[in-house]
Design a protein around this ligand. Structure first.
Ligand SMILES: [Zn+2]
Length: 692
């Protein structure tokens, strides 16, 4: 989120640039018993009996001009099994239930003239330093989305009850307020009137409203709540009525301020209601200043606020599906391509201080404590899965996997369940997390959703094709086929996965097993017999046969160590094992327990700044990879041997490596300066920029 008031606020302050800069362990146990609980023998029949089979997600999208080739499964048809993703889901579920909806609803009730039932939360929801970004109420929207997704992903009725309760409260607020709007701004509807009237306004009112719109949509789609759609339609009609007087030019000027994915969610309202007035408004919410150059395949992203742009592009892609207009398609594909190919770090994250920088400047930005805002990766993944559905190719799935492990899974504190804002590339820095009830950053909100939706992109399907995109332990019930598939794996700790089929009668089907770009050769066996060895990374291996109950497919995906240069800098590299980015462990200098859980995201880079020695690696790429050895004791841990040094040529200062997604509460390094033989050792890593 960016507080872009277009010169109406002081802009000479760094806080404006990084504006949004502007736990204890939660009550244990309760959720674990049911979140993600899945029982192979009963799951398929449970799914067919559940309310999910009447879920509106399978209907209502009929007025699409373009039908994506592949479809995702309803998250209700996929259950996670034990592993790091399920653990993250459980932790997130506990946090969601720990939050009190009445506190999130406080300002909504006040604005509707109703008595609040509980005091308002802190952080972005109410507290002074953040009042001028007008993000009040964004958390309720994210929370509603997250609870609805969590219900779909787990079947746990507590999330359905939570989602239903919030929708009912919003309906009450809407009825009491009479105008149709529900919002939580401290000055009521004023910020929306002000931005529409182009009078002085503060903050990002449409950005915040988008979260509430999206929460209602998700309550309808994932928690089967019809009332949510009614409230959403009234909100959308309020938006039409209050923007109708704007000329196209005035509307475009309004869109110069961050407005989230308003075009996407209004397109969804159109798709759900078939009412053309919502499509008209969705298209009016398309920002030409971004759409036009992208449709001409021109990258004008330098200097733009990353997480302002990505949701707009998700909306372009959604509008392509609904209208078939080629410009939307060209724009969204081109945007994805240029961001992923030219503007992305090894972990899948992008940008510095929330803004895209020129691709030639990666090295200068490496020393920043504010690289890679987690929301940006959240939204890139949303865009990626939509593009995959239109054009199911493995490079989309490759990016998805990389960003899912190295950014999203990496964003959660495995102890408290709290979330990162930035994921700093600054050598020797660390992850800072939000507090449970006093922060409520944008990334707290998208973070609530992230861990509730892991099941939505493991599998996709066409009429007679099943895509296996991710190697995550899970059970899929493909109801139309009467088929259940159980994926068992300890990937990435192990380089194999196993899929077992259960079906009432034999079924003819192609399994498209992804051959990841990081793997030289994939070997597949069916019922113990060699089926195929693929030597085409970045493609799918087609396994086509008549499947019978009990059939077992085993996939072997050998993983190797490799280095990957920082874009434009062959002598600065990240170290990867398969899709997993390894981080160097640099200790806990200056770090007291709890010091990395903070309220104020604006202090990123201003705290815990102790100088930390970061080794350089001596040798060429081949030598470096050869001198990294597995460590005893824990899977996916390694150490360098005789190649790390901090002085001109040494002294030896080797380093332990572990997956970035596991690093928490300690300092780390992601990119290493490589000193090749004969190149001299004078150049320094950008952590020296910290002082500058
Ligand atoms: Zn964020």
């Amino acid at each position: 989120m960016k507080n872009d008031a277009r010169g109406k606020l002081p802009t000479n302050d760094e806080n404006i640039l990084t504006r949004r800069q502007m736990l204890k362990t939660v009550a244990a146990g309760a959720v674990a018993a049911t979140v993600g609980a899945a029982f192979p023998a009963t799951f398929a029949s449970a799914v067919s009996r559940s309310a999910i089979s009447e879920s509106p997600i399978t209907e209502g999208w009929a007025n699409q001009a373009v039908t994506p080739r592949a479809a995702a499964f309803n998250p209700a048809d996929v259950r996670l099994l034990d592993g790091p993703f399920r653990q993250a889901q459980e932790l997130d579920g506990r946090y969601l239930l720990q939050l009190e909806p009445d506190r999130l609803l406080h300002n909504f009730r006040t604005n509707a003239g109703l008595t609040p039932k509980a005091p308002v939360y802190g952080g972005w929801e109410s507290v002074e330093p953040w009042v001028n970004i007008r993000c009040h109420g964004h958390t309720l929207g994210h929370h509603l989305s997250a609870c609805s997704l969590m219900f779909a992903s787990t079947g746990d009725q507590r999330f359905k009850r939570r989602s239903d309760y919030i929708v009912m409260e919003l309906r009450d607020c809407q009825d009491a307020g009479k105008s149709g709007i529900v919002c939580a701004f401290p000055d009521g509807e004023a910020p929306l009137h002000d931005i529409v009237d182009a009078t002085r306004f503060v903050g990002v009112p449409w950005y915040t409203m988008h979260k509430i719109f999206a929460g209602l949509r998700d309550a309808y789609l994932y928690a089967n709540n019809r009332m949510a759609l009614d409230v959403l339609v009234k909100l959308s009609d309020w938006s039409i009525a209050h923007t109708q007087k704007l000329s196209d030019e005035q509307f475009q000027r309004m869109l110069d301020t961050e407005h989230g994915g308003m075009n996407e969610v209004l397109a969804d309202v159109y798709a759900l209601t078939h009412e053309p007035r919502f499509l008209t408004l969705a298209e009016r919410f398309c920002h030409r200043a971004l759409l036009d150059p992208l449709a001409q395949m021109r990258d004008t992203l330098d200097g733009l606020h990353s997480n302002t742009q990505i949701p707009k592009v998700i909306g372009f892609n959604r509008l392509y599906e609904l209208t078939g207009q080629a410009d939307y398609r060209t724009a969204s594909r081109f945007f994805w391509r240029t961001v992923v190919d030219n503007r992305t770090f090894a972990t899948g994250g992008n940008a510095d201080r929330e803004h895209f920088f020129p691709p030639a400047d990666f090295f200068q930005h490496l020393g920043s404590a504010k690289t890679m805002e987690t929301c940006c990766t959240h939204n890139m993944l949303r865009l990626t899965r939509m593009l995959f559905a239109l054009d199911p190719t493995a490079d989309y799935a490759d990016y998805y996997e990389r960003a899912l492990y190295n950014s999203i899974l990496a964003s959660q504190d495995p102890d408290s369940g709290m979330m990162t804002y930035f994921q700093p590339t600054r050598p020797g820095y660390l992850k800072l997390y939000c507090t449970p009830t006093d922060s409520f950053w944008c990334c707290t909100g998208t973070g609530m959703e992230n861990h509730a939706k892991y099941s939505d992109s493991i599998y996709f399907h066409e009429a007679n094709i099943l895509y296996v995109n991710l190697f995550i332990p899970s059970i899929l019930a493909w109801r139309e086929k009467g088929l259940t598939i159980t994926q068992t794996t300890r990937f990435p700790e192990q380089d194999t996965t196993r899929l077992q089929l259960t079906c009432k009668k034999p079924v003819n089907l192609t399994l498209n097993v992804r051959h990841p770009s990081w793997c030289h050769a994939v070997t597949i066996t069916v019922n113990g017999r060699h089926w195929a060895t693929s030597r085409h990374p970045g493609k799918y291996v087609e396994v086509n046969r008549l499947w019978r109950a009990g059939d077992i497919i085993e996939v072997h995906l050998p993983m190797m160590l490799r280095t990957e240069p920082l874009p434009g800098h062959s002598d600065v590299v990240a170290i990867l094992y398969g899709p997993i980015v390894l981080a160097g462990r640099l200790g806990r200098k200056g770090l007291m327990p709890g010091a990395d859980i903070i309220v104020n995201e604006r202090t990123y880079g201003d705290v815990l700044n102790d100088e930390v020695d970061v080794p350089r690696l001596f040798g060429d790429e081949r030598k470096i990879v050869k001198q990294i050895k597995p460590s005893a004791g824990s899977a996916l841990t390694f150490h360098t041997t005789g190649i790390g040094g901090t002085g001109e040529i040494g002294p030896p200062c080797d380093v332990s490596l572990m997956p970035y997604y596991r690093i928490a509460h300690e300092r780390y390094n992601l990119y290493w300066k490589v000193v090749k033989p004969g190149s001299g050792a004078k150049s320094v890593m950008p952590h020296s920029l910290i002082a500058g």
